[in-house]
Design a protein around this ligand. Structure first.
Ligand SMILES: [Fe+2]
Ligand SMILES: [Fe+2]
Length: 290
């Protein structure tokens, strides 16, 4: 749907500088990780060029989440111990956290940064646990996709704060979904906006699909929809179990096709909730970042 406001927001998205500086580091690191010739020293050097990023990465690497008994003192050592893909996910998490920090003064009714970060982390944890239960082989990718699923809200808050506040007000007044209010009022929504950011960051296509379709997983026509299905459910489980707040308090229904495709029985659900409880404890280090 083309509306003047939608075009205006898209233009503001393209113009904003702070969104371009952060992805530059991520895009560079992403590219290095796709090159098989990249070694741990080179990658460590690239991460160290951003001091805040480097210290956050080290803090996370040493947290209970990764469970290493000894202290890991350097980024290169972390890469050797954890592997490239884990370090890439940590770099992404640290970068996303930087974006959240830019918005810590965000407190508009039911939208405040710590609750929002908690909701995002819980969705990451739920997605990671769902991956384990349904046998999706890349747990970490699920964590990152869950963590990033609502990143479009952070971007909208940054580029269109007045419109964002109107959406929050409407959501609270009508007790509806944030997604429904923004579609109605803005003609653009946070999954589309999040998708634009993920494209800029040049993340893998399955993460792009998961972020761009987490409210409408049945509309995926191209590429793998499995990760999007997992994130769609993870978002709803995080809401239903009361972890944080993503800007609305309504719990949507899980899409029927998605539910059927995941084939979860009652034993799976118990395993999922157990896993979420355990992993949530370990994710404390991430939660303390805000
Ligand atoms: Fe969402
Ligand atoms: Fe969400």
């Amino acid at each position: 749907m083309e509306t003047p406001l939608r075009n205006d927001i898209s233009q503001r998205l393209q113009a904003i500088k702070s969104l371009q500086t952060q992805p530059a580091v991520i895009a560079k690191i992403s590219q290095m990780l796709q090159n098989p010739a990249t070694n741990a020293d080179e990658l460590g050097y690239a991460i160290r060029t951003d001091q805040v990023l480097a210290s956050t990465v080290l803090k996370l690497v040493n947290s209970a989440f990764y469970g290493f008994p000894g202290k890991i003192g350097s980024i290169s050592h972390a890469i050797v111990l954890l592997g490239f893909s884990t370090v890439k996910n940590i770099v992404l998490t640290a970068s996303v956290h930087e974006m959240f920090k830019m918005n810590t003064d965000a407190d508009t009714g039911s939208f405040n940064a710590p609750s929002f970060w908690e909701h995002s982390l819980a969705c990451g944890v739920a997605a990671q646990c769902l991956a384990q239960v349904v046998g999706y082989d890349n747990k970490e990718e699920c964590f990152v996709a869950g963590l990033l699923h609502d990143i479009g809200k952070v971007v909208l808050f940054q580029v269109a704060p007045d419109e964002f506040t109107r959406v929050i007000d409407c959501t609270n007044k009508t007790r509806t979904l944030f997604y429904d209010s923004e579609c109605k009022l803005l003609g653009i929504n946070h999954q589309e906006v999040g998708g634009m950011l993920i494209e800029q960051w040049r993340l893998p296509p399955q993460i792009l699909n998961a972020v761009s379709y987490h409210h409408t997983p049945a509309s995926i026509t191209e590429g793998d929809s499995r990760l999007a299905s997992i994130v769609h459910c993870a978002d709803i489980f995080a809401r239903a179990l009361g972890y944080g707040n993503g800007g609305d308090s309504k719990i949507p229904m899980i899409n029927d096709n998605v539910w059927d495709s995941l084939k979860l029985d009652s034993v799976d659900l118990l395993r999922l909730f157990d896993c979420m409880e355990t992993e949530w404890q370990k994710a404390g280090a991430y939660f303390q970042l805000v």
